[in-house]
Design a protein around this ligand. Structure first.
Ligand code: R5P
Length: 311
């Protein structure tokens, strides 16, 4: 088995390799003077089971291109099996046509990765589970929920917890976390915009008064969804609001927004390499997902069950 890393998240790739007690494959993934990506693998990979670790996070197009070119290099070097390990699958939110004459970019990116020559995909908390079906090859979707639940339970008494989904689409994810928190009760933030351009009305489904709320979502991007939901919960009488998000995209002024928000804490994972601003914020904490991905890679290599990681 070999682990090859693109440049999107080298600390995570090193931590996964550390879990597996393997060195990263000796390779250069670099740019020519004109910015084209070039990959050179400096060791034999013929007949090897190779896992390429690359999040297609910002700069999404550069990181995607690195991934495709790594896969091409491995295929042409006769690797036996190539698995694209995508801790964060960028473009996942473009999974349907939001209007006429718009693309389904998540499907296009899945086609590109498959056509480049991978045999399987390993992802974490895909924005929508059905994206697995965009790949016509085996695709494992890992859940960060066990890592989050262990962290929440290690913080102390769970008796007053309430798990909250920040939108109706996240209810299944929230319910799965609630189950791991001794079946904590569930609430949902129902976001309504009466007219375009008129501010949103946040209705809370569930009684959050006096509760320590745990907001869970897959992605924090601009931070708008999360910060507004946290404020609505505090306005609804919640005792505290802590958020657990798998993918800390944190674009634009998101870190500032979180720092100035009603949130007690935002906990993200390292599927995307955290920015300096995120690491400097005293409201943001990072949990590592490396052992989970490392164990899944180990099980894929050994042809044993991945789903039993979540029993
Ligand atoms: C939406 O369906 C996602 O689960 C996230 O809630 C959304 O992408 C977060 O975006 P933002 O932080 O920009 O509100």
């Amino acid at each position: 088995m070999k682990i090859l890393a693109g440049n999107s998240n080298l600390p995570l790739a090193r931590a996964i390799a550390g879990y597996l007690e393997l060195p990263l494959t000796n390779a250069d993934v670099r740019r020519f003077a004109d910015d084209e990506v070039f990959v050179e693998i400096h060791e034999n990979v013929r007949g090897e089971d190779v896992f390429v670790i690359q999040s297609t996070s910002a700069p999404a197009n550069d990181n995607l291109m690195e991934l495709l070119i790594c896969i091409d290099a491995l295929r042409r070097a006769s690797a036996k099996r190539i698995t694209a390990v995508l801790p964060y699958f960028g473009y996942a939110r473009q999974d349907r046509k939001p209007g006429p004459r718009t693309p389904i970019s998540a499907k296009l990116v899945a086609n590109l990765i498959t056509t480049a020559g991978v045999d399987r995909v390993l992802a974490v908390d895909l924005h929508a589970g059905q994206i697995q079906g965009f790949f016509d090859i085996p695709t494992d979707n890992l859940y960060a929920a066990p890592v989050m639940a262990a962290d929440i339970l290690s913080q102390g008494d769970a008796a007053n917890l309430m798990v909250v989904s920040p939108d109706v689409g996240g209810v299944v994810r929230a319910r799965a976390l609630a189950r791991r928190l001794n079946n904590a009760p569930l609430a949902i933030v129902d976001k309504r915009r009466d007219k375009p351009g008129v501010s949103e009305v946040m209705n809370i489904i569930g009684d959050v008064a006096g509760k320590d709320c745990i907001l869970i979502d897959d992605i924090i991007d601009s931070g708008g969804t999360l910060v507004n939901a946290a404020q609505a919960l505090i306005d609804g009488g919640a005792a505290s609001v802590t958020a657990y998000l798998t993918h800390g995209v944190l674009s634009g002024k998101a870190v500032e927004r979180v720092t100035n928000s009603a949130l007690k804490e935002l906990v993200i994972t390292d599927t995307i390499q955290p920015t300096k601003a995120a690491l400097a914020s005293d409201k943001i904490r990072v949990l590592t997902i490396a052992p989970l991905i490392g164990e899944a890679i180990h099980r894929i290599a050994e042809e044993s069950s991945v789903s039993s990681l979540f029993d």
